[in-house]
Design a protein around this ligand. Structure first.
Ligand SMILES: [Fe+2]
Length: 305
């Protein structure tokens, strides 16, 4: 009867059998996850057809490229930020601008410019906006030469690279701050957007009775020598979903103020010749703890090492 066993013995064999050392951390975490899933299946008496429907959903999720989207909707992305914030507090680190989730739509390699950039191509409908400010350390000193990646959705709530209808790197730029740590860019105020309909993520959210809307926001990845790289986003005020984000990414310190009717004087180099909406926002970067956290990397590049 050596090959007949109950679920407890099966779990033991799955999680404890090994022919090589493997990786102890991966083994321990996998053991915990599989143990919890075994228990979930038993407690809820999950039927085979339910289990295989879930596996098929996971396969479709992976094929759709939405694995990094569902994590946000199920709170994992914000959880990681909460845990980092708590670790900083325990370590007594001076806090900078609040971190916020990267989301799955960052891509490296955006066109570079010095001090200022124009993100829009002049053909898009929407409210003309200039966002500007200073990149500082936690004592308020400007960080000369800080690197700012900025990216946001177009008027339909879609991102270039992932949306084939847009030009390459549309609404994506990498700006190097000037000697005073200043940056500025011209663009169109982005709208909020929703998870793609008829997608694996939308399917699950329908079953959970949850909406899939994100309030309007602009993403940033900012770094400077000796400072910890900051991934964050700012929120546009007035959005219906600002306090009810699908991805739980709104931070109270990241809701900007819109100054309407700003004078075009001094903004001619951005092609502005009439009143526009201005956002002023300074970012503060924490001190780097090690060389790794100062690297200007998106989450997948950072995970790849
Ligand atoms: Fe986004």
């Amino acid at each position: 009867m050596k090959n007949e066993f109950n679920s407890e013995e099966l779990l033991r064999r799955v999680t404890e059998t090994k022919v090589s050392t493997g990786n102890e951390r991966v083994r321990s975490i996998t053991k915990r996850v599989v143990t919890d899933l075994f228990k979930t299946i038993e407690d809820f008496q999950v039927k085979p057809e339910e289990f295989w429907a879930a596996v098929q959903w996971l396969s479709r999720l992976g094929a759709s490229g939405q694995a990094g989207l569902i994590t946000a909707g199920l709170g994992f992305d914000r959880l990681l930020d909460i845990l980092e914030d708590e670790a900083d507090k325990r370590a007594g680190m001076a806090s900078g601008t609040p971190r916020a989730i990267e989301g799955p739509l960052y891509i490296a390699g955006a066109p570079k410019s010095f001090y200022e950039a124009r993100l829009d191509n002049g053909k898009m409908p929407g409210q003309l906006v200039v966002m500007e400010g200073v990149i500082r350390d936690t004592d308020g000193n400007p960080l000369s030469g800080a690197l700012i990646d900025v990216w946001h959705a177009n008027e339909n709530g879609h991102y270039s690279h992932f949306d084939p209808s847009q030009e390459e790197y549309n609404l994506r730029r990498q700006i190097t701050a000037d000697q005073q740590g200043r940056y500025r860019f011209r663009s169109i105020l982005p709208p909020g957007y929703a998870i793609p309909p008829n997608s694996p993520t939308a399917e699950l959210f329908e079953l959970l009775g949850r909406h899939g809307n994100r309030p309007a926001h602009i993403h940033f990845l900012i770094s400077a020598a000796g400072r910890r790289a900051l991934t964050t986003q700012v929120n546009i005020p007035g959005d219906t979903y600002i306090d009810d984000d699908f991805a739980f990414a709104t931070r109270d310190g990241l809701v900007v103020t819109l100054e309407t009717g700003a004078s075009p004087a001094g903004y001619e180099s951005l092609g502005i010749d009439g009143p526009f909406t201005r956002i002023r926002f300074d970012f503060k970067l924490q001190e780097a703890v090690n060389g790794e956290d100062a690297k200007h990397l998106g989450r997948y590049e950072r995970a790849a090492g």
